[in-house]
Write a protein that binds this ligand. Structure first.
Ligand SMILES: *[C@@H]1O[C@H](CO)[C@@H](O)[C@H](O)[C@H]1NC(C)=O
Ligand SMILES: *[C@@H]1O[C@H](CO)[C@@H](O)[C@H](O)[C@H]1NC(C)=O
Ligand SMILES: *[C@@H]1O[C@H](CO)[C@@H](O)[C@H](O)[C@H]1NC(C)=O
Ligand SMILES: *[C@@H]1O[C@H](CO)[C@@H](O)[C@H](O)[C@H]1NC(C)=O
Length: 226
């Protein structure tokens, strides 16, 4: 009977405890603009074990000018000492953010409380180390109380948005490399002129063209005679 009570209480607690992640976007470069808010987003993906049909995934934006954001009703794996993992990523078109990837861990403790921990990614590492590997890297723990903080490091460089991708033949390969270099382009034009000039002259002054051709032939012969 006692066990049933504990089980029911645990169940109630786990259902009633609306599990959420509260986030704060810490902005140090003056006031947040509406555009910056619109172009900043936060994604949450569940990784590892999951109890639902598909792993949880959601995306959210800033709720207010104070920089608050929130993920609600997260599915938590049941069972004592069970952990549930989420990866929080943030992106902004206007700013570089840090940490841009955070691992969030929820552990259901024996007394029914849910413990939440956050770890930032190590710069340049693609994935968070898994418990399954023999020598996992030590994770860098960050504070999650009262919220997970994502800060702006700097304004994103503007040039990033002028990168033209898939621009076709004119921009890549041999043609692109010629068009991209003034010297190569000048060389190509010179070669075209050298070939086109006698033909062009032919039309205007046939005698001069003939003379030029003979001169060229003579030069060639001299070259081979050597
Ligand atoms: C930020 O907003 C406050 C109040 O809206 C205003 O007084 C202040 O001048 C603004 N600062 C900048 C850098 O725009
Ligand atoms: C996933 O669940 C299995 C079985 O319950 C357990 O052995 C494993 O450690 C869990 N993995 C994670 C990452 O929690
Ligand atoms: C849960 O973890 C605690 C501390 O590591 C341990 O004492 C306890 O036996 C574990 N309980 C279960 C059911 O695995
Ligand atoms: C449950 O256990 C954790 C760690 O052992 C402790 O920090 C927390 O206060 C406990 N919660 C309750 C409601 O007893």
């Amino acid at each position: 009977m006692k066990f049933l009570q504990i089980y029911i209480i645990n169940l109630l607690v786990s259902v009633c405890l609306a599990t959420s992640i509260n986030g704060k976007f810490r902005f140090s470069l003056g006031n947040l603009t509406k555009n910056a808010i619109r172009r900043t987003s936060f994604d949450l993906h569940q990784i590892g074990n999951y109890s639902t049909k598909v792993p949880y995934k959601d995306s959210t934006r800033l709720l207010d000018l104070e920089g608050n954001f929130k993920f609600d009703n997260l599915p938590i794996n049941e069972g004592v000492n069970e952990s549930t993992y989420f990866v929080l990523t943030s992106s902004s078109l206007d700013y570089n953010l840090a940490p841009n990837r955070i691992l969030i861990e929820f552990i259901s403790l024996e007394n029914g409380t849910l413990q939440m921990k956050g770890y930032r990614n190590i710069f340049g590492r693609e994935y968070f180390p898994s418990k399954d590997i023999i020598h996992p890297d030590k994770l860098d723990q960050i504070s999650v109380e009262p919220y997970v903080v994502v800060s702006v490091i700097q304004k994103a460089p503007f040039r990033a948005y002028f990168q033209v991708r898939n621009s076709g033949m004119l921009n890549d390969g041999i043609v692109g490399s010629i068009l991209g270099s003034r010297w190569k382009l000048a060389g190509v034009i010179t070669v075209i002129c050298v070939f086109a000039f006698p033909m062009f002259l032919d039309k205007i002054d046939p005698d001069a063209a003939l003379l030029l051709k003979e001169e060229a032939l003579k030069k060639k012969r001299e070259q081979y005679a050597q």
